[in-house]
Design a protein around this ligand. Structure first.
Ligand code: BV8
Length: 263
């Protein structure tokens, strides 16, 4: 159920930012970071694998982990939550999609100019040069070696302890500071500096909406909390706000209902 005041607000919204996390891909079958890993990866914690130290200590193990994740990601499909976000982009003058996910599912669902804070698992770069290497240029070794300098190749993702791409982070912060509405969807809101974005939006007066079946550190500070899976909540939101049978603005405006925390 989408609160009527939120429907009214969104029908007038002009600048929306959406930050997504692993939860948005969960319904596609991509396990989130919090969920136990499956198969031979059960005994590892992702945060212990997603680091440059882990890679240098055991390049093959880490490369194999990413190869397993890459295969998984290419075999799954975007879910209704991804498609709903791609649709909302058509209704809003300034829409910015910022994702912590590295699976490329937003792009496959049709979202444009996706800000990938943590990179993309489908791209590969040289560990030493930092520059991308095309798929075809990978030699047979595991991990493959850079065709230019012979350095180890690695996924083009941001590991723990590494800086985020500065231009992407700057664009995301700029958008968070100037939006009228900020959605935090499917993220535990713990990993920095991505987790600082909703707070930046709050500080600049944006209406913050959280979509997550669980509570997070952001929940008590959001103007609206929609407690459910994004693959269900987001399509319902699109129908309620922009659908053909969505209530017109005057019908559902209830003067006097504050923007207090609704859920
Ligand atoms: C950095 C790519 C500077 C790799 C990832 C204290 C303060 C500030 C910073 C730190 C600190 N201590 C340590 C740090 C640094 C660290 C950090 O934040 N650590 C955390 C654990 C405290 N940050 C960094 O290292 C960042 N770099 O700070 O550089 C620096 C430099 C040197 C030294 C220090 C600092 C880099 C962070 C990026 C790491 N890379 N990914 C890869 O994927 O392999 S992060 C990775 O984990 C994911 O990308 C994702 O962002 C994150 C997991 O978060 P979520 O996406 O939220 O996923 P999660 O599983 O946590 O939650 C899923 C949510 O979905 C849940 O809430 C669940 O309820 C919900 N959900 C489930 N199903 C659904 C759903 N929601 C909706 N619908 C559903 N169906």
């Amino acid at each position: 159920m989408i609160p009527a005041t939120l429907i009214t607000h969104l029908q007038a919204a002009r600048r929306i930012v959406v930050l997504t996390g692993a939860g948005v891909s969960a319904e596609s079958g991509v396990p989130t970071f919090r969920e136990a890993q499956t198969g031979l990866w059960t005994r590892y914690r992702p945060e212990d694998l997603a680091t440059p130290e882990a890679f240098l200590r055991n390049p093959k193990l880490i490369w194999d982990w990413y190869s397993w994740r890459k295969k998984l990601v290419t075999e799954v499909q975007p879910n209704p939550g991804h498609y709903a976000l791609a649709e909302i982009e058509n209704y809003i003058a300034t829409f910015t999609l910022v994702t912590q996910n590295v699976d490329g599912l937003h792009q496959r669902a049709g979202s444009h100019n996706v800000l990938e804070l943590h990179g993309n698992i489908l791209r590969t770069k040289c560990f030493d040069e930092g520059t991308l290497v095309a798929k075809g240029d990978e030699n047979g070794s595991v991990p493959p070696r850079c065709p230019r300098c012979g350095g180890l190749l690695r996924p083009d993702v941001v590991w723990f302890g590494e800086l985020l791409p500065s231009d992407v982070l700057r664009q995301a912060m700029q958008a968070a500071q100037t939006c009228d509405t900020f959605f935090s969807v499917g993220t535990s809101a713990l990993v920095q500096p991505a987790a600082a974005l909703p707070w930046l939006a709050l500080e600049h007066g944006a209406v913050v909406v959280e979509v997550n079946p669980q509570a997070t550190p952001l929940t008590d500070h959001a103007a609206y909390v929609l407690p459910g899976p994004s693959g269900v909540v987001l399509p319902e939101l699109v129908r309620a706000v922009w659908g053909k049978n969505s209530p017109s603005t005057d019908e559902n405006h209830h003067p006097g209902r504050s923007e207090a925390n609704h859920s």
